[in-house]
Design a binder for this molecule. Structure first.
Ligand code: HEC
Ligand code: HEC
Length: 383
């Protein structure tokens, strides 16, 4: 059993292990958490299903992978943040003004805000009594363990793992030394033609990603990986679902670049493909020999997707003017019913002259609003 302050490893179904972040739990807390978790899992088969139509609606426009994550966020993370963090993490609160509005009432806005710090940082803060004593701390361990299971499952779901995968256009880039320094982001550049497993297929395009290192309060030293972008040359490229590898190990705790699905036009030099931050905790510390690589589920030169012509809105067929009706509305009040009108046989020109000269017609809004064509139709009805 891990001691307080150590980082703990957890084994997944597939036998790989992952770090569970800064080790806050005391043995009692951990044991308690396990007991509570066991109870939850007895009846959780549809625990992460969405509960209402407005949740479904707020998935609109997300990639398949982001939608998987959003479902977990809506069903279990947002209730937690609304309950515990909303005094500060809303757009008008002390923590929400910049990026951390993940307790916003609007779930979709909250989800977008959540992706910026990302799951790992959210979890680390939640378990850290040094953040807001009494609100964050080991008492949240059971809740964090529960949502982590769901979050990792979303990341491993077909929608995320195989997002955009077209088989033959998968690409893995070589490992590059990181050499990041604290605070300042370093840009790592890959020449796709030379640094990939599909050499020479990318027409001179390059890929860049930024990485910095930082040590959050109470957490392990962490790589902050941001701003993935492709610089294209003479031809555009299709770019889908990017995974990050640190020291050869695929990062799967968070899945934040897997939602990318873009066409990058020719001669693009500064198109950031995702605003998310991937946080890779390094419990054993960082080394100058650490490396970063990425893979794409789909990367290839391609012509721009055909622009679908907007279907022209059909012009409504012109409804023939109804002179009798227009007369009834605008004239009958003063000149009697159409059949008995004192103005039978008047021409359009006479009517136009009358409305410019007869004071009571000049003051009448309905008369003044008539178009020339409508007056023509009235004249026809008066014939
Ligand atoms: C009393 C106000 C307050 C409460 C309550 C609070 N926080 Fe915070 N939190 C802040 C402030 C202020 C910041 C920004 C400064 C910092 O990073 O510490 C912040 C920052 C964070 C960040 C980093 C955000 C980023 O963009 O990097 C996370 C994650 C976080 N809080 C998690 C939580 C969680 C989870 C809860 C609820 C369980 C919570 N906080 C409750 C005030 C609060
Ligand atoms: C607010 C009352 C009012 C309304 C509404 C009104 N009129 Fe008149 N109109 C008058 C008055 C008053 C005269 C002057 C006395 C007369 O000729 O009956 C007049 C005069 C006319 C004249 C010139 C005199 C003539 O007999 O040739 C025409 C033509 C006429 N109206 C047509 C219309 C038509 C068509 C409408 C509807 C588009 C209309 N008016 C709406 C009050 C009105």
């Amino acid at each position: 059993m891990a001691k307080r302050g150590e980082n703990r490893k957890t084994t997944r179904d597939d036998g790989t292990t992952y770090d569970r972040g800064p080790g806050w739990p005391s043995i009692t807390a951990l044991t308690l958490a396990m007991a509570v978790t066991a109870v939850f899992f007895n009846n959780c088969s549809n625990e992460f299903l969405l509960r209402n139509a407005s949740d479904e609606a707020s998935l609109a426009g997300l990639s398949v992978c982001e939608a998987e994550q959003a479902k977990v966020f809506y069903s279990s993370i947002h209730p937690f943040t609304s309950n515990k963090c909303a005094s500060c993490h809303v757009p008008t609160g002390p923590a929400g003004a910049s990026s951390a509005g993940f307790a916003d009432k609007d779930k979709r806005a909250a989800f977008n805000a959540f992706l910026l710090p990302g799951f790992e940082k959210f979890k680390a803060y939640s378990l850290n009594p040094g953040h807001v004593n009494g609100i964050t701390g080991p008492e949240n361990l059971a809740a964090m363990d529960r949502v982590e299971v769901a979050w990792v499952a979303a990341g491993n779901s077909v929608g995320c793992k195989d997002a955009g995968d077209s088989g033959e256009f998968r690409t893995k880039l070589v490992d590059k030394p990181i050499g990041a320094t604290t605070g300042t982001a370093k840009v790592i550049q890959f020449n796709l033609d030379n640094d990939s497993d599909r050499q020479g297929e990318f027409g001179g395009a390059t890929f860049e990603i930024s990485i910095a290192q930082n040590t959050p309060v109470g957490g392990a030293v962490t790589y902050y990986i941001t701003r993935p972008n492709v610089k294209t040359a003479a031809q555009g490229m299709e770019v889908k679902a990017i995974s990050v590898y640190i020291n050869g190990q695929k990062y799967i705790e968070g899945t934040t670049f897997l939602g990318i699905d873009r066409y990058v036009p020719a001669a693009t030099t500064n198109l950031i493909l995702s605003n998310a931050t991937v946080l890779k905790q390094m419990p054993a510390g960082v080394s100058p020999n650490d490396t970063i690589a990425v893979s794409f589920n789909h990367l290839r030169l391609a012509d721009p997707p055909p622009v679908t012509e907007p279907t022209p809105t059909p012009t409504p067929p012109a409804t023939p003017l109804n002179g009798a009706l227009l007369y009834a509305n605008a004239c009958a009040g003063c000149h009697g019913s159409l059949a008995a009108s004192t103005k039978r046989g008047r021409t359009a020109q006479q009517i136009l002259t009358a409305r410019m000269t007869v004071p009571s017609m000049m003051d009448n809004a309905a008369v003044q609003a008539l178009s020339a064509a409508e007056i023509g139709a009235i004249a026809d009805a008066l014939r």
